[in-house]
Design a protein around this ligand. Structure first.
Ligand code: 13P
Ligand code: SF4
Length: 311
């Protein structure tokens, strides 16, 4: 056996020994996805974390996702293979500045994207993900003003979709803002049969070129449902691994980024900090572990539970 297979075997063994479950986001390295017990989008991963009876959750994703799993499971050990795996959206919205922002807009319902720290969640009324955001916004009475944070592109997309006028926090995703409208247009001319799939964190000019917009799980489901045989994928390319498993006969093209041609440019540098080796090491050592003060956890739990009830 090759060393990678040996590593995967060792992870499998530790999984049983620890009564652990491995949850992975679609943006993880393919070899991490292959050892996971469950692969999903942010909402599905939160739902899965809530329902698990494992003693240990190995969260292969970024910090806010593992933190959400911990908020939902205070008595379980939640491991994140690399504690530095952050998120530019969560980083764009520090809790102290967000508190001031909320105070400047009294009477607003605060809807926060799951890509936020526990401290920002604790300041929010309800959490959403890209797969349920529209439903959550529509559940808020028409006359109720809304703050939406931290992704302004997802926020603008929701304003266009729902007609609701929301106050937006000016955060962006460092990956989804890289896609080049100009180069996607060129690709569409070269492959007129291709369907453009885009995540709503992309800029409006990219979303305007998209044939289908959705969360990672929805984009994945779309490749199976769609009659198209070729797709231009405007999201983190880790998802193409599951697309190839789900519909292997179809062709997937990474949406190009602006600047010099670069295959890896749309890979999320935070997500990609996790490696198969680090997954093994964290299970072996019981570290890095997500820790949280109980008082903060309880405050952050309330808006997450509101989201899960509505989802
Ligand atoms: P999804 O909820 O669609 O999986 O998105 C998570 C994310 O981080 C997008 O960049
Ligand atoms: Fe955050 Fe963007 Fe990476 Fe998703 S792709 S984890 S939003 S930086």
């Amino acid at each position: 056996p090759t060393p990678r297979i040996e590593l995967a075997d060792k992870i499998e063994h530790l999984k049983k020994e620890l009564n652990a479950v491995i949850l992975a986001h679609y943006y993880q390295e393919p070899e991490i996805q292959d050892v996971a017990d469950f692969i999903g989008d942010s909402l599905q991963l939160a739902q899965k974390a809530k329902g698990t009876d494992a003693d240990v959750i190995v969260f292969c994703g970024v910090h806010f996702m593992a933190e959400t799993a911990k908020i939902l499971n205070p008595d379980k050990k939640v491991l994140l293979p690399d504690l530095q795996a952050g998120c530019s959206l969560a980083d764009s919205c520090p809790a102290d500045k967000f508190k001031e922002f909320i105070e400047q807009h009294p009477g607003h319902v605060v809807v926060s994207y799951i890509n936020t720290t526990a401290a920002v969640k604790a300041l929010s009324d309800i959490i959403c993900t890209s797969s349920n955001a529209e439903k959550i916004i529509r559940s808020i009475p028409e006359d109720q003003p809304i703050i939406f944070a931290p992704d302004r592109h997802l926020g603008s997309y929701l304003i266009r979709k729902t007609g609701r006028d929301m106050v937006l926090w000016p955060g962006t995703c460092m990956v989804h803002t890289l896609f080049s409208e100009r180069k996607i247009r060129q690709l569409k001319i070269r492959y007129p049969d291709a369907e453009v799939l885009a995540h709503p964190e992309c800029e409006e000019r990219v979303l305007q070129l998209a044939d289908y917009i959705g969360s990672t799980a929805k984009l994945l489901a779309r490749v199976k449902e769609s009659p198209a045989q070729r797709f231009i994928v405007a999201t983190e390319p880790g998802i193409i691994h599951q697309m190839q498993i789900l519909a292997p006969e179809k062709t997937y093209i990474r949406a190009p980024t602006e600047g010099a041609a670069c295959e890896a440019c749309s890979e999320c540098p935070h997500m990609r900090l996790n490696t198969l080796e680090k997954v093994y090491q964290c299970m072996l050592n019981g570290y890095p572990e997500i820790q949280m003060e109980e008082e903060l956890r309880v405050r952050a739990l309330r808006p997450i539970e509101r989201m899960l009830e509505l989802s």
